[in-house]
Design a protein around this ligand. Sequence first.
Ligand code: SF4
Length: 444
Amino acid sequence: MTEKLIRLCEEKCLKGEVLSRNETIALLEIPVGSPEDQKLREAARRAASLIALDKGYLWCAIGMDYAPCAMNCKFCSFGEKWGLIEQSRQVTEEEIFNRVRGYVAEGAAYIVLRTTEFYSLDTLLKQIPRIREEIPGNYGIILNTGELDFVTANRVAAANVYGVYHALRLREGADTPFSPEKRIYTMNSVTSTQMSLISLVEPLGPEHSAQEIADCFLNAVSCGAKICGAMARFPVKGTPLGDDTSMVDEAYLAHVIAVLRLSGGNSVRDICAHPASQEAVNSGANVVVVESGAIPRDAGFSEKDWAGTDMQHARKLLEKAGYHISAPPAQNTKRQKCACQGGNLEKFMQPIILDILSRGDQTGYAVQKQMREYATYQQAIPDMAATYRFLKIMRQRGLVHYDGTAYAITNAGLHCLDDWKETLKEYISTLTCLIGQLEISPDV
Ligand code: SF4
C-alpha cells in the first residue's frame, strides 16, 4: 500500500505535478528508517536527477549584523529579550569582500547577505555593486532581510539581486510576532519581480506535525518558491525554545527532504537541507549551506564557517551523492507585466475573494464575476485559472470551505481578511510617502 503511494507520488512528481496536501502528509507519516522510507528516499534522489539535472549548489551565507533584534522570535538567539548578545558587531566591508572572494573561488553559486529585521535596506543595496565590482564571477546575490512590499521588491530586483530568502515559518504568529499575511505578502512581492523566491520549512523541530510541515511547504510552493527544503531548529540555550526542546535528527531531516523533493514536482527546482548530511543529499537535497558571521542559530558570532560545514565539506557531500557543483541557473527573464502597469495586482486576489465570500457563499464563477467590481480590476475580467488557483490555495490553508457547489469563508478566513486590511493600511502610508517623493523629484 505504502509502496504503491510512493510509486504514484514519484510518477506525479516526474510529470511535474505538485502533490496534494493529503499525499504530502501521507508520505511524511511513513516511519523513518523503515524499508518504505528507504524506497521514498531513492525515489526522491531519482527525481532530483531529472528535475535538478544532478546539479548541486553551494549556498554561502554571511550574517551581516550581530545585534539584538526587537522582534524576539522564540527560536532566535538575536532576540533582545534573551540578552545573549553582549556586544553588537557588524561585518565590515573588507570582511564581506574577503568572505565573498573565498566562497566564489571555491565554487559558490549563491552569496547570501543575511541581516536582522532592522538593517538598512539602502546600506545593503549599496553593497551589491561594490561586491560585484570587487569579485567578478558567475554567482547570484541573494538577500535575506526584512519585509518587502511590492514597490521595494522591484527596487531590490533593479539592484541586480538574484533572489530573496523569505518564509512563512512554522508557527509564524505564535513563536514569532509576525502576521502570517505580512510574510506571505512579502513572498508574493518577491515573485511579482523577476527575482527567485527561496523559502524553507523552518525552523523544524520534533514538535511540528506532518500537517504543519505540509502546509508550510505548500504555502512556499503556492507563492512560487524555486528553492525550498527544510532547516532544523537549533535549540540555543537562553532562548524560549532552547532549553526544553531537542533537535530533529539527521535521519528525520533526510526523510522530510525526500518528501519535499517529491511533493514539489517540477515547481520546485532545488531542495536545500540545513544542516546538510550525506543522508539528506542522498535523499534529494541538492543545495548545501555554508555560513559565517552572525548566525541566529548560535549564541556567538562565527568568525569561521559554522558548525564544521566549510566549502570543502559541502562540496564533498554533494559530489559523493552524484551531483556536479554548478553555477546558478539563469534567472527567469520571462518578461512579466511591469509593476508600473499593475503587473502584481493579481496578488490582491486573496483579500478580494475573502471579502466577496464574507458577504455570503458563492460559486467560483460568481466570485470571479464580482471581482471585476474591485478597484484593482477596473472592470477587466480577472483570469479564471488564477481565481481557481487562489481558491484552491485558500482551501488548503483552511481560509475557505468548498462543499462541492459553493465556497464559504471560514473563521480563519475572516481573521485573515482582518489581517489583510491592517497590512494594506500600513502599506498605504508607505506608498503615499513614495508618491509624494516621486512627484517632487526634480526631472533628470
Ligand atoms: S528571526 Fe529575524 S526577525 Fe526574528 S528575532 Fe531573529 S533576526 Fe529578528
